[in-house]
Design a protein around this ligand. Structure first.
Ligand code: AAT
Length: 290
């Protein structure tokens, strides 16, 4: 550990730890679920850390939040009801709110402290809460989904932390089953699905489970996020039986959408959407075999 630097140390990426220089620690707290910290870094703006793991930085949050949102929502025509699990910072809400077809945006975040801290320190992220279509439910995403009537949502976005701690069940088969149940026929899910460099074993399990549960399309996509472990992160995209979804060829492009005038997209575009599904050979081999 280097004095004055934050190092991200975890058994989920043994033998390596990305570090950022700390200018100032702005917040440190302990919620019912996790340790919460915010610091000012010298090169990535403010940083939100939960249980020692970076959740977002001001500089690169656009890459993650835009991709986890627009990969699913650009893949279906006229989404109207969307559920976000996790994502308490509000960044995914900000991106979902760009679609004028959407009437209802529900979010279920387990930790109220994440919401409060985001509103205090990350106003450009928490701005997502200002949209009147948003309803916040504070609670466990697993329990929330169990109570959702079948066929409710066009899309579910699972913006979850890593599977150590409160998010563990969000990576397990019964959870994916409840997601499928909550979706309309031809509805889509996009989940945070870790790194091809670090977590092929986790990805393999997720893909195998999803191929059993989702009878439409099942695809893995990925993007770069410099402050996430190994600098990349992936997403599992699946659709339920019903109208076919071709994730690789977006039918609902956002590039020219009105929301672009007030706050242009920083990362996502239709070309990067399609490119995100191209996998390195080592990952393709494992994922295609499942
Ligand atoms: N958008 C920022 C990126 C995140 S945030 C993940 C959120 O999921 C956290 O706010 C956490 O409190 C919430 N969460 C964890 N478990 C649950 C649960 N069971 N139900 C609801 N919300 C939950 C993800 C960063 C990925 C980091 C990659 N290393």
């Amino acid at each position: 550990v280097i004095p004055g630097w934050f190092s991200e140390i975890s058994p989920m990426w043994p033998g390596e730890a990305h570090s950022l220089k700390i200018e100032k620690i702005l917040f440190q707290g302990k919620s019912d679920y996790q340790d919460v910290m915010v610091f000012q870094s010298s090169t990535y703006g403010k940083v939100l850390v939960l249980d020692g793991v970076i959740q977002l930085t001001e500089r690169d949050e656009c890459a993650y939040q835009e991709m986890i949102t627009h990969l699913p929502l650009c893949s279906i025509p006229n989404p109207t009801k969307v559920l976000v699990i996790g994502g308490g910072d509000g960044g995914v809400l900000r991106e979902v709110a760009r679609y004028s077809s959407i009437e209802q945006i529900d979010i279920c975040e387990i930790d109220k402290m994440v919401v409060d801290v985001s509103k205090q320190f990350f106003p450009a992220v928490a701005v997502g809460y200002e949209d009147p279509r948003v309803t916040l439910h504070v609670g466990d995403g697993v329990a929330f989904l169990k109570a959702v009537p079948a066929g409710t949502y066009d899309a579910v976005i699972v913006d979850s932390s890593d599977p150590i701690g409160p998010a563990q069940e969000l990576f397990e088969k019964p959870f994916f089953q409840t997601v499928a149940n909550a979706l309309r026929p031809g509805g889509v899910v996009c989940t945070q699905a870790e790194s091809i460099w670090l977590h092929m074993h986790i990805i393999e399990d997720i893909v195998a489970n999803c191929r059993q549960i989702f009878k439409g399309s099942v695809n893995y996509a990925w993007t770069t996020v410099p402050t996430y472990p190994s600098g990349v992160i992936g997403f599992m995209l699946c659709s339920t039986e019903g109208p076919a979804v071709d994730f690789k060829h977006p039918v609902n492009p956002i590039d020219a959408n009105d929301s672009q005038k007030s706050r242009p997209l920083k990362f996502y575009n239709s070309e990067i959407h399609t490119a995100a599904f191209c996998l390195p050979s080592f990952a393709k081999k494992v994922i295609d075999a499942k």
